[in-house]
Design a protein around this ligand. Structure first.
Ligand SMILES: *[C@@H]1O[C@H](CO)[C@@H](O)[C@H](O)[C@H]1NC(C)=O
Ligand SMILES: *[C@@H]1O[C@H](CO)[C@@H](O)[C@H](O)[C@H]1NC(C)=O
Length: 376
């Protein structure tokens, strides 16, 4: 630069300025991500299942206290407020995603949420042959992809590849429901372990599908440490104190979740080599969750209630059955919300960690809350 004359430098600056002004994704959106598409289960459902006719969901996400902390009304999210998908949208300067099932004329110009509570990665015929019941309204991963494709056809038609080039796809987590259903219906762990490669094949096949559609950035979250979810702790109590770790989590189910996550990471590394021009990034929901347990006192969580649900504590597994059913006075001090899902505050902290770790790999810097804990 030292040898450049002033006019040359000015010309260079002018070019730079023109470049940024002509870029389709300046200012308003972050790192050229102008839309967000979410697939998944109840961890990511933003209001789909409550719009499916006759879906008898145990967790009454259509009523309070769901939504009480942030939206001040139930939205179909399985939380007292926002979910990870909301925090990701906010980090990208995008509005909260509307659920695909909302046919009331809401905008989908910046993406859509296809996640449905109870969704498995493997399709219903797989579960039927193994006599494992899934919810009757199950919209498994392959069916959500069909929704996604038909949504694209009706919204962007022939320009979808361009839309997807500037989008982020969040694929999951998936597997949580597959494993909870089968473990909860007395399938032994050795048997359920054999489903892991199949679940991961399902995720890989979905990755290929969305790449085929034009996706260039895909976040693939792992599963939570199941053994720290109060629903698992209630459903699978163990009389041996050594079955629990220092936080009161069931080691066995955490090991199972880790097994899935390790296999998923290996599979993602392989498929990444196949598609060097696409960024396929693992989302460390497990690490984020464990990190907030480790730093709970500094983050304002009550360490004596880390593994107890805020709501429905005295009721069932993964549900708040009435507005006041054992509701804790301060959800922000709880990680577990209703047994299988987390609080607004827990999702907030986990999202910060995931965004800080994963987004730089998409070329997106400085989007997370700086100074936040890192999971590694
Ligand atoms: C279910 O998945 C299997 C294996 O991936 C596939 O062969 C089958 O066609 C799928 N069935 C439906 C109804 O999607
Ligand atoms: C933490 O939870 C325990 C058990 O519910 C409760 O007795 C205690 O007051 C709580 N601590 C704070 C700071 O709220």
């Amino acid at each position: 630069m030292a040898s450049l004359s002033l006019p040359k430098v000015s010309f260079f600056l002018l070019l730079l300025t023109l470049f940024f002004y002509s870029s389709p994704c300046a200012a308003r959106t972050k790192c050229c991500i102008t839309s967000l598409y979410q697939l998944g289960d109840s961890i990511a459902d933003g209001g789909n299942v409550i719009r499916i006719p006759d879906a008898h969901i145990q967790a009454r996400a259509w009523g309070l206290p769901y939504g009480e902390t942030f939206f001040n009304k139930p939205t179909g999210r399985f939380s007292d407020g926002r979910i990870i998908a909301d925090y990701i949208a906010s980090a990208l300067n995008l509005p909260f995603l509307n659920p695909y099932m909302d046919k009331s004329g809401v905008s989908f110009s910046q993406g859509a949420n296809f996640a449905v509570a109870g969704a498995t990665a493997l399709n219903s015929s797989f579960w039927a042959t193994r006599k494992v019941a899934s919810v009757p309204y199950n919209v498994p991963l392959p069916a959500q992809l069909e929704w996604f494709k038909s949504h694209l056809k009706s919204t962007c038609g022939s320009t979808c590849a361009r839309t997807l080039r500037n989008s982020l796809i969040v694929l999951g987590e998936f597997g949580g429901v597959d494993y909870f259903n089968s473990l909860g219906q007395n399938m032994g762990e050795p048997e359920v372990r054999t489903y892991v490669p199949l679940v991961i094949d399902g995720i890989l096949s979905a990755i290929r599908d969305v790449i085929q559609l034009g996706a260039t950035r895909i976040l693939v979250p792992g599963v939570f440490p199941f053994g720290c979810l109060s629903g698992y702790l209630k459903r699978f109590p163990d009389s041996n104190p050594n079955a629990y770790d220092q936080f009161g989590c069931l080691r066995f189910y955490n090991r199972f979740a880790m097994f899935h996550n390790t296999e998923l990471k290996k599979a993602l590394a392989n498929i990444q080599c196949e598609f060097p021009r696409v960024k396929i990034v693992y989302g460390d929901y497990y690490g984020g969750f464990r990190t907030i347990f480790r730093y709970a006192p500094w983050l304002g969580f009550n360490t004596s209630t880390l593994v107890s649900a805020c709501c429905g504590c005295c009721g069932g597994v993964g549900q708040c059955s009435s507005p006041s059913d054992g509701l804790c006075p301060n959800p922000a001090q709880h990680v577990n919300w209703d047994g299988l899902h987390l609080t607004d505050e827990a999702y907030h902290r986990i999202s910060d960690i995931v965004i800080n770790n994963a987004f730089p790999k998409f070329g997106c810097y400085g989007l997370g809350n700086s100074g936040v804990l890192s999971s590694s």
